[in-house]
Write a protein that binds this ligand. Sequence first.
Ligand SMILES: [Zn+2]
Length: 114
Amino acid sequence: MGYMLKEFLSAPSIYGCLQCQTHLARRDSVISRTFQGRLGRAYLTETVVNGRLGELEDRLLITGLHTVCNLYCRACGALIGWRYIRAHDKSQGYKEGKYVLEQSRIYAIDGGME
Ligand SMILES: [Zn+2]
């Protein structure tokens, strides 16, 4: 109880939690870097590791009504973005299941291999 296994990503370039450096996403899982988060620019990513989801909520975004969950770092609890669960407008359906990472809450761990 209380013991948590962190997942470590192995990739040339990774995004981690700004607050605790826990790995969150591979740079090559980023679909878009031009998303608007609640804290400024944000990244849309295919997958996230070491995340914890909050309660389901309906949120009215620029692109319409979406059902989302807040996304927290599982290690330190920092709010790092959200996950799209359902887009009510079908033209936004490609976002379902994807994650938004707030750029101001993450940092790039660069292996220098690019
Ligand atoms: Zn963290």
